[in-house]
Every structure is written in structure tokens, then in C-alpha cells.
Design a protein around this ligand. Structure first.
Ligand code: ADP
Ligand code: MG
Length: 710
């Protein structure tokens, strides 16, 4: 019987022994960063002069002195070997969306002797055969070479497996002719662009030259399901999401999972994840149950953007690998289960000038002027280039999530909160009243101290929300690299800062503040349509947004198209983030990726329908018809009408299923819209049949099992 495997899976999970509470032991904090070649390790292992040069590159962004590469490589190798590594890899982020690695051992032979060695050349440059990575036509096979180039601003680290370890060196990946083939290169370029523009803007306020640091804290959502179930679902295995599955009676409507008590099995997993991340110097901080059953979140303390992006790639990897060791599978897909919340990756972003967070509303007038200038520039940037922000989060998985009344709509708007909106209103009207101060929050229990009220309240329905001292971009999907959204964010803000600096640098010192105020007023007037503090899920909002002329790019296809618009190519080129060829090639890669993924989904759906669902329904139909016939021969009259009804329901389902299969097979010859449409239609049929066919005959693990049995 086809459900035996399902029942076996349930039994295996039921019998699983979960490790109980542990006796008190020293905290794992001791090992924080022990597998990272960080400044501490560098100082210990490098000659002083070399260390200082490397530190200047890392901390002040000075160009790397190639002379020191040999010494750094040697020290890195010694350190790595002392920590058990025998191999190294350049670790990079091709356009597949994953990380890539090709390992080489430190082994060198001298006659019949073996030694361990690692040269400066091997540290700085790698030459992986690039021909099998997506390049969108940037690299023809005859020039298949690609280069990986050491990024000294993201420290090398050690990845461990069962019986060994590998030194991983974060690198950028580019073609023989110097075009970026990865996600890190444009990110670094965009940080440079924003850094330059910020300096220019701060100079207008008479501030001395300081280092600009863009910061990111990405909140990572994910699902955990038991591996036993996962292995019985070809759709999850091949596409990362369930293509069939009727929502169970109870899923998330009781709102009892969010922040609920974390099951011990999950907590054991989370703790192990934290231990692994801490060893890698990744500051995992927050963990909790999310809204959907079996959905969770991990948030780190924010870090410098480039490092935070690398770290998020590692977070996803550690989550996946640790899950396996705990008998789970970690689903990072944006929408693994239809009808139930999907997963996102909230992108908390800010800019620091020296020690000053530019998005911190200040208490003194000078800081306030800088804050308001920054804010207005960002308003202008987001309004002018909402399409680019939307394009940066496009992807096959996110199409199921954005605008599905659980995630922000595909329309980009900004949420500022009441207090800040009031300030902006005053600015627009030219009033000088000082803003209402964030009052104290009293909760009516005298024994509790009054709490300072945060300057912002929370609005979870906005795609781009000001949250106190940072902006939180909530449209990115859970599986995405953090790179693309931040590349766009940095670039559009760089442009706005640049324009702002050009205007205000001409203001005479004496009237600076008055002129600045008038200038900001103009910006608010021109761009306030992007501000929306209301409910982003409310049905009226999309109409209102259309009236305001805000773009609503609903699908990946619509969103990706904007990449090649002249205004956008010109912008990205102007700020040195992408050459035109790099944009068109990325457009090709992302389009192709989308189409291939849709096609794979269609093929998997068809195969499951034909080889698993249809046989189960047919067997049940035959059985019912046979029983009906037998009932007639012994002239049992009662009960046969319900058998008849059942047979006809099953027969009808069987026919609809056959028609659906035919339609999908045909759609697979055509366009992606047809495939998606045919899959959706077939899903309706299959999900109805799931509720009709006896539980003991249903071949696929059900939602209630995957989401609740773990
Ligand atoms: P919530 O879920 O309420 O949005 P969390 O505390 O879970 O809040 O996550 C907030 C994230 O924002 C954390 O990763 C935090 O480190 C990050 N963050 C806080 N301040 C900044 C900042 N100045 N720049 C970037 N990220 C920040
Ligand atoms: Mg958040």
C-alpha cells in the first residue's frame, strides 16, 4: 500500500529520542571566532610589518600590497594546519545563487617526499574553469578561464566535516576579460560608490573625512521538516517546494506558533547552529518560532555589509547542514507550502560615517540636519528607482510570496511611522515646530519602570520601513543572496547623495540651514508619493498606488525587464557598479534561471501526477467499482448508493486528472505562463483528491504531517 512508507516515517519520528535538558556546562562563547583568520589570529601569526599593512587594507580600504601576499599565505596555511585543515579553496558566489568551492590540498611533492605549502600567488588568484557557471554570454567556451581574486576584507575561515577541515578564502569571481561573474564584485563596487557619495555629502556639513561603513543585519526565515517526509516528496527534493498538498484544517490561523515555546528537538538544532556559527565568528543572536507551523527565524547582530553578505551565505549553509545531522531538512524556499506563510529575509540596512549612524535621529540640531538630509535623499532614491529595488528581489520563489497578504506587496513604498511622518509633513509645510518627542510608554503596572517609546511603531506590511535607526527592506526572499538588493540600494542612494551634495554644496554658509530646509522641502514635495504608512495588505492600497503612479511589477519577468531600461543601465554604469555587458548578461542569466526552474517544476508535477497520484486514485476507483459490482450480485441494496457516489467522484477526479496531465504535457512545450497555469489547475484537482482518497492510500506525506510531526 502506497502509504506504508508514510506511516513508517511517522513511526520513525515517533520513536525518535530527543536529547533532554543538559547539565550545566561552560558556554560556547569561548570558541567565538576560533575558526576565522581574523585580526587576532593575523596579529599572532604575521610579522608586525606585514600585519600592519594587511590591517590597513582591511580597516582603511588601502590597496593591498602584493609584496605581502607570500607572508600572509604562509601564516594562513600554518594557522589552518594547526586547526586541522589540509586543503584550501577559493570560496566564491557565482550567479547560481549558491556558493562555490574547488578544493586543493596544500600538498607539494619533492621527489618522494611530501610537504605542505601555500604560495602568495595561490592566495591572491585562482583559476577555476569557469565554463560551467552561468555567464549570460559573457564568456564563450574558448575563453573559459575565470579568475577568483582574494577579498582580504572578508577573513578566511575553516569549514569542518566529519574527518577533516578546509581553509576557505572568500574571493570575487570574474572573467578572463575582467567582467564580474559573481555577486560579490558588484557589491564591493556599490559599497565603494556609496562610500564616495557619502563622503561628498558629509563634506557639505563641514565634517572631516571619515570611513564610511554600510551595515547589514539580515533576518533569515526557514522551515524545518523531518527528513523522513522530505525523502518521500519528489517535489521538495527537486524544486524546494511542494507542488501539491491540501492545506490542513489547522495551520496558522490560531496564531499559536509565532514566538511559541520552541520544541526541544528544534532548540537542540538551533543551539548547534549557533555553536557552529559562533566558531565562524558569525554573531547569531536571535532565534524564534515564526508565524507558520514549522517555520523559524535566525537573526545575527548586524555587521559591515560585505562581511554580512558572506556570513548570510554561511548561515544558510550551516542551517542546511546542521538540519541533516538532526534528522531535519531546512527549507529555504520562499514558499514551500501553499496557503501558509512563506519565508523572507528582512534586510536591515544603514550607513555609518565614522562612528555616526546617519539614520539615527539626533537630539541636537546638527545631527538632525544630517539625519533629515539622509532621509530625504533615501526617499528620493527609493521613489526614483523603486523598479530597481523590485528587480533586485525577483526570482521564481518570491513570485509566490510577494503580494500574497503575508509578505509586502510587489509595489515598493516606504513606511516612516507617525512621528517621522509628522516631521516630514512639517518640513513640507515649512513649519518650524520641534517634533513631538518619543514619549514614555506606560503599561499601567506601577512596579514596572516606564519604557521609552521607540520612535517608530511596527508595520509589517511595508516593503521598506524605517525602524528606528535603519531601513528594513522586507521584500527579499529567504533563499536569495543578500547581494543584489544591497547593490541596488547602495547605488540608488549613492546617486541621491551625489545629487544632494551637488545642490547643497553651493549654499552659502550663512544661510546654509535655511536653504537646506527649502531644498529638502522640494524633495519631499516631489517624492512624497512613495511614503505610505497604511496597511500594505489592504485591498485599496494597490489602487491608490496605481493612482500615485508607483510601479507594480508583479512577476519576475516584469521585474527583470527593468534591468535593461536605459535609465537604469546608465545609472549602474555611472556609479561603476555594472558595465552594460554585465547587466545584459545578468538579465539573460536570471531570465534563463527563471524559465528553467518553472520548466523543472512543471516536469516534476507531471511525473508525480502520472506515477504517484493517478495510480493511487485509479486503484481506489477500481476497488470501489468492483465492490459495487459485488454488492449487486449479492443484491445488497443499502450502502450501494454511497458507493456509487464515491465511484463517480473518483471517476470524475480521475478524468480531470487525465485532462490536467494532458494540458500540462502540452504546456511544457510552450511558454512559462502556460506551465504555471496548467500546474495550478492540476493542483486543484490533486488537492481535492487528497481529501477523497483513503488516507492509507495517499502516496505523498501530507501538510499536517510535514508541518506538525517533528
Ligand atoms: P525585528 O524582527 O523586530 O525586525 P530583530 O531584532 O529580529 O528585529 O532584527 C533586527 C535586525 O536589525 C538585527 O539583525 C539587528 O542586528 C539589525 N540592526 C540593528 N541595527 C542595525 C543597523 N544600524 N544597521 C543594520 N542592521 C541593524
Ligand atoms: Mg524585522
Amino acid at each position: 500500500m502506497s502509504s506504508e512508507k508514510r506511516y513508517d516515517a511517522i513511526k520513525a519520528i515517533a520513536e525518535l529520542k530527543v536529547e533532554g535538558p543538559c547539565p550545566p556546562a561552560p558556554a560556547d562563547i569561548e570558541g567565538y571566532g576560533e575558526d576565522v583568520f581574523n585580526l587576532d589570529a593575523m596579529q599572532k601569526h604575521l610579522p608586525k610589518a606585514v600585519f600592519e599593512k594587511l590591517q590597513a587594507t582591511i580597516e582603511e580600504g588601502k590597496a593591498l600590497d602584493p609584496e605581502i601576499a607570500g607572508d600572509v599565505a604562509h601564516a594562513m596555511k600554518e594557522w589552518a594546519i594547526s586547526r586541522g585543515a589540509t586543503s584550501y579553496t577559493h570560496w566564491f558566489q557565482p550567479l547560481t545563487g549558491n556558493t562555490a568551492e574547488k578544493h586543493d590540498s596544500f600538498l607539494e611533492t619533492q621527489g618522494c617526499r611530501a610537504i605542505l605549502s601555500f604560495s602568495g600567488k595561490n592566495l591572491i588568484l585562482g583559476e577555476p574553469d569557469a565554463s560551467s557557471f552561468p555567464s549570460g554570454g559573457l564568456r564563450s567556451t574558448f575563453e573559459a578561464r575565470g579568475y577568483t581574486a582574494w577579498d582580504p576584507t572578508s577573513p578566511a575561515f575553516i569549514k569542518r566535516h566529519g574527518n577533516g577541515a578546509t581553509l576557505c578564502i572568500p574571493t570575487a569571481f570574474c572573467s578572463y576579460t575582467g567582467e564580474a561573474l559573481d555577486r560579490k564584485t558588484p557589491l564591493l563596487r556599490s559599497i565603494q560608490a556609496l562610500s564616495g557619495a557619502t563622503k561628498k555629502l558629509m563634506k557639505c556639513f563641514g565634517l572631516p573625512d571619515e570611513k564610511v561603513t554600510v551595515t547589514l543585519g539580515p533576518e533569515q526565515e526557514y522551515f524545518l521538516i523531518d527528513r523522513h517526509f522530505y525523502l518521500l516528496r519528489p517535489d521538495l527534493l527537486q524544486t524546494g517546494r511542494t507542488l501539491f498538498g491540501a492545506p490542513p484544517a489547522k495551520h496558522q490561523q490560531l496564531e499559536d506558533h509565532y514566538f511559541g515555546t520552541i520544541k526541544m528537538r528544534v532548540l537542540n538544532f538551533m543551539n548547534e547552529v549557533e555553536r557552529e556559527l559562533w566558531k565562524l565568528g558569525i554573531p547569531a543572536k536571535t532565534r524564534h518560532n515564526e508565524v507558520a507551523p514549522a517555520q523559524f527565524e535566525l537573526a545575527p547582530i548586524f555587521e559591515e555589509l560585505n562581511l554580512a553578505c558572506d556570513h548570510n551565505m554561511l548561515v544558510m549553509e550551516v542551517l542546511r547542514q546542521t538540519a541533516e545531522r538532526y534528522g531535519f531538512v531546512c527549507l529555504m524556499h520562499e514558499k514551500p507550502f501553499a496557503g501558509i506563510n512563506g519565508s523572507g529575509k528582512h534586510n536591515n540596512w544603514s550607513i555609518n560615517y565614522g562612528k555616526r549612524n546617519l539614520l539615527n535621529p539626533g537630539s541636537d540640531p546638527d545631527q538632525n540636519a544630517i539625519f533629515l538630509t539622509t532621509l530625504c535623499a533615501i526617499i528620493e532614491a527609493v521613489d526614483t528607482h523603486a523598479d530597481l529595488l523590485r528587480a533586485s528581489v525577483a526570482g521564481v520563489g518570491n513570485d509566490h510570496r510577494l503580494g500574497a497578504n503575508e509578505a509586502p506587496p510587489a509595489v515598493i513604498s516606504m513606511y516612516l511611522g507617525d512621528q517621522l511622518s509628522e516631521v516630514i509633513d512639517q518640513l513640507e509645510k515649512g513649519e518650524h515646530k520641534s517634533s513631538r518627542h518619543g514619549g514614555m510608554l506606560r503599561i499601567g503596572v506601577d512596579t514596572l519602570p516606564p519604557l521609552p517609546q521607540d520612535a517608530t511603531d511596527r508595520n509589517r506590511t511595508s516593503p521598506f520601513a524605517f525602524t528606528g535607526n535603519k531601513f528594513e527592506f522586507r521584500a527579499p526572499g529567504s533563499s536569495l543572496s543578500c547581494s543584489a538588493p544591497n547593490v541596488m540600494l547602495n547605488t540608488i542612494v549613492a546617486e541621491a547623495f551625489d545629487r544632494m551634495a551637488e545642490s547643497i554644496s553651493a549654499f552659502p554658509k550663512k544661510e546654509f540651514h535655511a536653504k537646506l530646509q527649502a531644498h529638502l522641502r522640494g524633495i519631499v514635495k516631489a517624492h512624497k508619493r512613495i511614503i505610505f504608512n497604511g496597511d500594505g495588505y489592504a485591498p485599496g492600497w494597490l489602487e491608490e498606488a496605481a493612482k500615485r503612479g508607483l510601479p507594480n511589477l508583479r512577476t519576475t519577468m516584469d521585474a527583470l525587464k527593468v534591468l535593461t531600461k536605459e535609465k537604469n543601465m546608465a545609472l549602474l554604469e555611472k556609479y561603476g557598479v555594472f558595465q552594460r555587458r554585465e547587466i545584459t548578461s545578468r538579465y539573460e542569466v536570471f531570465m534563463e534561471d527563471f524559465h528553467r526552474k518553472v520548466r523543472i517544476e512543471g516536469e516534476v508535477a507531471l511525473e508525480i501526477a502520472r506515477s504517484m497520484i493517478e495510480p493511487a486514485v485509479a486503484a481506489e476507483f477500481e476497488k470501489t467499482v468492483r465492490t459495487l459490482g459485488e454488492a449487486r450480485t449479492v443484491t445488497v441494496s443499502k450502502g450501494s448508493s454511497s458507493l456509487k457516489k464515491r465511484a463517480s467522484l473518483l471517476g470524475d477526479g480521475l478524468e480531470r486528472l487525465a485532462r490536467g496531465e494532458e494540458l500540462l504535457a502540452k504546456a511544457l512545450q510552450g511558454k512559462h505562463e502556460e506551465i504555471l497555469e496548467a500546474m495550478q489547475q492540476m493542483r486543484v484537482t490533486v488537492d481535492e483528491l487528497e481529501k477523497l482518497v483513503p488516507d492509507s492510500s495517499w502516496p505523498l506525506p501530507k501538510y499536517r504531517e510535514m508541518l506538525f510531526i517533528y
